[in-house]
Ligand binder design. Structure first.
Ligand code: PA5
Length: 464
């Protein structure tokens, strides 16, 4: 295992009454055992299909690798059209494992250019079309439901352009990644003859990075997708047991549960100290927020659970948010992600010998500096009794990223069980989707439209 989970600074021995005692962990052990048992009993079933992805995709992985090689050989751009769980994983893995200025590299130093379009801002769509030629581009339309307005509107704009510019071969420029059994994209894919990958039924959007949703874009980028899956399997095996002291994701969930339910920590800050992990914080925010933010529990009681995820970047946000984190309210858990060995390091050159206050930096490396600042921030947070934890990766590579993502997915699933809520649904997201359909006049949503029209009108007094 390349990942280490260090929770010292969540404990009362380090942050006093703001922290968690071993006795408090002990008291949650029966619930933790139940959460573990639930996970094991439901592996691969219902919405837990994602738990088996590290093991059951040998055939599909082979197909994806061949398709990716074809794309690299014949096209210049690969564009993902998707949103939420159909976009955040591909972006996070791209950012983690490709050159940080990948698209700007000379063509011989990279593969196809890569774009993820996860919004319906018209200026952004124009901007994309200003820099790509659709004739040289493969569009990977990713939508589990096959119905999401944002993704389907992008699909319609792009297919119209492809038909105009590519003639009879236009459908070769589309790859659909969607549910095999529901939605419109699968019907369109069959009708138009698109190459198609399936999102397995038991894999929800935010748990889908390790299925074709994430594997195809990663493979197109030349990322070792077998390594990603191997990393996930490593983490799964490391979490094999109901004793939290021997199961890192279960311990993380137990501590998060106590932090939320007993210590008033309503906010979870995700702060990687590596630019390559910056978008991992975005991916985490969706996973944690959408999974645990629920109005009702499994028994139907109104509970309004959840912990607000916030993204931050070390060291950049030391100069923006960390003042609040070290001196503000005791309402947060700050997760620091550290990287012991960067892919490349750079020495801080000599050049200001006469200025002692600058010269102390010389001879060290930027890698040393960022990691020293990480340790210093951890110290400052702990000294001010603010709850924090560190996830340390030996280095950022396909395997360690697989470990990291599976760790957070398992922590989320365990935490959902501990909270007694369903971490796999998203009624709040569906509500927004349905309201959009109604406002846009989609058939079948007339009652929702009437409901919206009956909602209280805005008071002009409050708009100035
Ligand atoms: O996690 C989820 O299920 C959601 O965030 C979805 O990923 C998001 O709404 C996009 O849905 P779809 O993939 O069906 O287009």
């Amino acid at each position: 295992m390349q990942l280490k989970f260090d929770f010292n600074n969540m404990m009362d021995a380090y942050i006093g009454e703001q922290g968690i005692s071993e006795a408090e962990i002990e008291a949650v052990l029966p619930k933790a055992k139940e959460a573990y048992a639930y996970f094991e009993k439901n592996r691969g079933k219902g919405w837990m299909g994602w738990s088996e992805l590290p093991y059951n995709q040998a055939e599909i992985v082979g197909d994806i690798i061949l398709t990716a090689a074809e794309i690299r050989a014949h096209y210049k751009n690969f564009v993902v059209l998707g949103i939420g769980g159909s976009a955040l994983g591909p972006m996070a893995v791209y950012n983690a494992l490709c050159h940080l200025r990948y698209n700007e590299l000379e063509p011989e130093k990279r593969g196809v250019k890569f774009y993820v379009e996860d919004n319906v801002d018209p200026e952004r769509m124009h901007a994309l079309l200003d820099v790509i030629d659709v004739k040289e581009t493969v569009f990977n339309v990713i939508t589990k439901s096959g119905a999401t307005s944002e993704t389907m509107s992008q699909y319609l704009i792009i297919t119209d352009l492809l038909k105009k510019k590519c003639g009879k071969d236009w459908a070769k420029h589309i790859i659909a990644t969607t549910s095999e059994s529901k939605g419109n994209l699968i019907k369109l894919a069959k009708q138009e003859g698109f190459k198609t990958y399936y999102i397995p039924d038991g894999v929800g959007g935010r748990f889908s990075e390790l299925c074709p949703v994430g594997l195809l874009p990663a493979a197109v980028l030349g990322i070792d997708i077998i390594g990603l899956l191997r990393g996930a399997a490593n983490m799964d095996k490391a979490c094999d047991g109901s004793d939290p002291y021997k199961n890192p994701a279960l311990m993380a969930a137990v501590l998060s549960y106590i932090a939320m339910e007993q210590k008033g920590k309503n906010i979870s800050v995700m702060m990687p100290y590596a630019d390559s992990l910056k978008l991992m914080a975005d991916w985490y925010c969706q996973l944690w927020g959408e999974s645990l933010g629920k109005a009702v529990d499994l028994a139907g009681n109104t509970v309004h659970k959840g912990q607000t995820p916030v993204k931050a970047l070390g060291v950049t946000d030391q100069h923006s948010q960390v003042q609040l984190y070290t001196e503000g309210p005791f309402d947060k858990v700050i997760t620091i992600i550290g990287v012991e060995h960067f892919k490349k390091d750079i020495e801080i050159a000599n050049g200001a010998e006469e200025f002692k206050d600058v010269n102390f930096l010389c001879g060290h490396t930027m890698g040393e500096l960022i990691n020293t600042e990480r340790v210093a921030t951890e110290y400052a947070l702990t000294r001010s009794k603010h709850m924090n934890r560190t996830i340390l990766l030996d280095s950022v590579n396909a395997e360690s990223i697989g470990e990291l993502m599976f760790f957070f997915q398992m922590e989320t699933a365990y935490c959902g069980s501990l909270l007694g809520i369903d971490p796999f649904n998203q009624p709040g997201v569906e509500e927004g989707k349905n309201a959009t359909y109604a406002l846009f006049g989609r058939g079948g949503y007339e009652a929702k439209r009437a409901e919206l029209e009956a909602a209280p009108k805005k008071n002009s007094k409050y708009i100035i």
